[in-house]
Design a protein around this ligand. Structure first.
Ligand code: ZN
Length: 205
């Protein structure tokens, strides 16, 4: 893999440094804003093509890529194009992941779930369950980047306790971004620097 994922994120201004409040409620000094990487369709295509190559090498068969909205949609669409398969997405309605907009999946359809970034894989797993209830078969998970809690295919790294992916699941990503996340009580940015965390995506983030 010749891609330098961190450099690509940095070049796109997508590797943010500061004090962030993550959707999980944890605090972090860094935040990955994948939308900034994917705003250049050429970069999106390059990343998706590299990811598709990794997936093809594994030999798994895929009918459809399914992404949890909103974060996974662009990555999932580009990955589906690179794999030459169909692309659908799930979205939350009153908090519950659902398949809408006329999207249908068939019984036995082989589906790969795609995210921009997999942290503990919570949303990815909800999307998987949503299509599984319609009879689809989940053949694996994919993301542009892995935050290092789950173990990506071929990395040889141990999965951590908070990874929600079922044991034995194939998970593909282009690289690992490992950095600490903190509970509010033990966050050194709150304690030592005394700044307030900001929610990425709000205002100018
Ligand atoms: Zn903090």
């Amino acid at each position: 893999m010749a891609l330098d994922l961190e450099q690509i994120y940095r070049d796109a201004g997508a590797f943010l440094e500061g004090h962030f409040l993550l959707s999980s409620g944890k605090h972090s000094q860094y935040y990955l804003q994948s939308a900034k990487v994917l705003e250049d369709p050429n970069v999106a295509e390059k990343l998706a093509t590299a990811l598709a190559e990794e997936i093809k090498k594994s030999g798994i068969q895929i009918d459809t890529v399914c992404a949890p909205a909103l974060g996974g949609v662009l990555a999932g669409y580009e990955l589906a194009r690179a794999l030459g398969v169909r692309s659908v997405f799930t979205e939350r309605v009153n908090g519950e992941m659902t398949l809408r907009r006329g999207f249908e999946v068939e019984k036995g359809e082989k589906i790969l779930i795609c995210e921009d970034i997999i942290t503990t894989a919570g949303s990815a797993l909800e999307a998987a369950k949503c299509v599984q209830t319609k009879g689809a078969e989940i053949v694996g998970f994919a993301a542009l980047a892995n935050r290092g809690f789950c173990s990506r295919f071929g990395s040889g790294k141990e999965e951590k306790a908070n990874c929600k992916l079922p044991e034995g699941t194939k998970f593909f990503a282009l690289g690992d971004f490992e950095f600490d996340i903190y509970d509010e009580e033990s966050c050194p940015l709150c304690k030592e620097i005394g700044t307030k965390p900001i929610k990425p995506g709000s205002r100018n983030n």
